[in-house]
Ligand binder design. Structure first.
Ligand code: SF4
Length: 369
């Protein structure tokens, strides 16, 4: 396995596993974001990700960069052309292969990746190819219908081939899903194909504590002892001032694995599964975290039933990432949208949606009796 470099941090062969988290503050709130970066550093974060969606975020990032020496990663999501503007202020760029098709449609995906690689080379940055179950590239979904694991792995391998073609080695790959079993499968399959490439591990939308940390641990305990996972993040839905708990949980899991302390949770995941995103600067209403907590509480009575409820913090990724859930909610500035699989059921105020969701859950339980 190769080693890669994020400024002065080496990741990969023989290096300790690096632990990452992400700011949940609004990026343009420079003071709050700088404070959060500082808090994460104090709790032992090796790398800190920040979401950037527009030029104002880039301006804010420039000021945050002046205020901290922390290793910063930018998450480009749909707006990959911002790479050039953010490059002078960060150490690593993350692009999502499933979001490259949205903008600059006149260019091929290969051309876009070649351009991202040229930006990384010019500024001596690392890259992450971040494949995510909720936003798999359409070409790969079409090619492997109904087989998300295959689509995720093939998409990741294809992007590694592009990196080879463009002569770039300073990158990691992540293959994330909200189901720990699929995270294990994807990462094992990818590692067999590309044992040379360091992997960033994570269970996406793992949800609230303690379940979110347990789901993550199930995947990490299986993968890390095999040498799969050179950086990691525990993605938890937390009030933004408690974001440091992602680092604490990550370090705890690593320490337990190093000391052969493994958990056994044979029944975990057999009943009601609540997934929720870890939130980031795209959250437009902080009531999202309380809503996720309330949903967990009021659905406790249904914990034996095998349904998935997804609660997502924004309208950027929320609509797509709730498609597979039996019931899904994505949050806007003052309202939330309730879905059943891909169908929208309605839009509600934050304080109105829980009884409606509970009614729908009761219907599902009744129909599936
Ligand atoms: S769903 Fe939206 S708010 Fe939640 S982590 Fe993803 S981009 Fe951020």
């Amino acid at each position: 396995m190769r080693q890669i470099k994020v400024r002065n941090l080496m990741i990969g062969r023989d290096c300790r596993v690096a632990v990452q988290s992400m700011c949940a503050t609004r990026t343009q709130d420079i003071e709050a974001t700088t404070r959060q970066v500082q808090s994460l550093v104090e709790h032992g974060a090796d790398l800190i990700r920040i979401a950037i969606d527009n030029d104002k975020d880039v301006e804010a990032l420039k000021k945050i960069r002046e205020a901290t020496d922390a290793l910063l990663v930018v998450d480009l999501q749909e707006n990959f052309p911002l790479a050039e503007k953010v490059a002078p202020f960060v150490d690593k760029l993350r692009y999502n292969p499933g979001h490259l098709h949205h903008l600059k449609k006149e260019l091929s995906i290969e051309e876009k990746v070649q351009w991202l690689v040229s930006v990384a080379k010019k500024h001596d940055l690392a890259l992450r190819v971040g494949v995510n179950c909720g936003s798999i590239a359409p070409d790969f979904l079409e090619k492997y219908p109904g087989d998300h694991v295959k689509a995720i792995v093939e998409s990741a391998v294809w992007h590694c081939d592009l990196m080879d073609q463009f002569g770039f080695e300073n990158f990691v790959v992540s293959l994330k899903d909200s189901d720990p079993a699929k995270v294990i499968e994807c990462n094992e399959l990818f590692h067999k194909r590309r044992p040379d490439v360091p992997i960033h591990l994570g269970v996406t939308e793992a949800g609230l504590l303690p379940d979110g940390a347990i789901k993550t641990r199930i995947a990490f305990e299986k993968l890390i002892p095999q040498g799969i996972g050179q950086t990691l993040r525990v993605s938890l839905t937390l009030p933004f001032e408690e974001k440091y708990k992602e680092i604490e949980e990550g370090r705890k899991i690593l320490e337990d694995i190093a000391n052969n302390r493994f958990i056994s949770v044979p029944d975990f995941g057999k009943g009601l599964n609540i997934i929720s995103c870890p939130s980031c600067s795209r959250v437009e209403n902080n009531a999202f975290v309380e809503l996720a907590q309330e949903i967990k509480k009021v659905t406790e009575y249904a914990k034996e039933h095998k349904f998935t409820i997804a609660v997502m913090g924004c309208r950027v990724n929320g609509p797509g990432e709730t498609d597979d859930a039996d019931l899904g909610i994505w949050c806007g500035p003052s309202t939330v949208t309730l879905k059943q699989k891909k169908d929208t059921l309605g839009t509600y105020k934050y304080d109105e949606v829980v009884p409606v969701l509970k009614g729908k859950l009761d219907e599902l339980i009744e129909v599936n009796k």
